[in-house]
Write a protein that binds this ligand. Structure first.
Ligand code: COA
Length: 181
């Protein structure tokens, strides 16, 4: 897997040694609130670091200054391959939020995809209640192309009923990305 660099960050494959940094944010309720999973235990984080080390779609985002993993990107080609479409996702450690790190790393991976993977379209989905997420997508220049109503659920309420959620769908096409350069 490639290593990507920005002014402040390194984007690289996970390694099993990243579990402590992973645990620091996956054990934080703020980080997992809109994710399809609950907070991770220490043991689960150890296993997750091993799993992610073997999965190309997970990119560890590290600070150049001290090598700490402060979050991750998820970037996966969608099927069928010939549609040249990738999905983008992200989870960052709340302790490192609002410093522009998510924007900086997403910009880098989008640029890499359009220039080197010959990606044509990148999509991202988020819950409309997750304002930091759709604000990030808008900062990246992605356009909102859909609002699905109560189309899915990840979590259950105290009675065990699904908590139905809406979904915003965003995208950016390579021709739009290059026209903004
Ligand atoms: C979604 C998420 C990544 C957004 O994080 P974020 O901290 O808002 O985004 P950034 O790291 O790009 O930081 C942007 C903010 O930093 C500010 N900033 C500070 N220094 C900056 C710099 N040097 N460059 C750019 N922005 C900077 C921006 O102005 C912006 O502030 P604002 O929120 O007041 O507009 C984060 O909330 C998260 O990980 N949430 C939990 C997981 C999650 O919900 N994932 C998405 C599921 S769909």
């Amino acid at each position: 897997m490639k290593i990507l660099e920005t002014e402040r960050l390194i984007l690289r494959r996970f390694s099993s040694e990243d579990w402590k940094d992973l645990y620091e944010y996956l054990s934080n309720v703020k980080a997992v609130k809109y994710e399809p999973y609950d907070v991770f235990t220490m043991d689960e984080s150890k296993q997750e670091a091993v799993n992610r080390a073997n999965l190309e779609e997970f990119w560890a985002v590290c600070l150049k200054e001290n090598k700490k993993v402060i979050g991750n990107l998820y970037f996966k080609q969608q099927q069928p391959d010939e549609f040249l479409t990738w999905e983008l996702g992200y989870v960052f450690n709340p302790l490192y939020g609002r410093k522009g790190y998510a924007t900086e790393s997403c910009r880098r991976i989008i640029d890499y995809a359009f220039k080197e993977l010959k990606t044509r379209r990148i999509t991202a989905m988020c819950n409309p209640k997750n304002a930091p997420s759709w604000m990030l997508l808008e900062r990246l220049g992605m356009g909102k192309e859909g609002h699905l109503r109560e189309n899915m659920y990840f979590k259950f309420d105290e009675q065990g009923n699904p908590i139905w959620a809406d979904t915003y769908i965003y995208s950016v096409l390579s021709k739009e990305w290059f026209s903004n350069e």
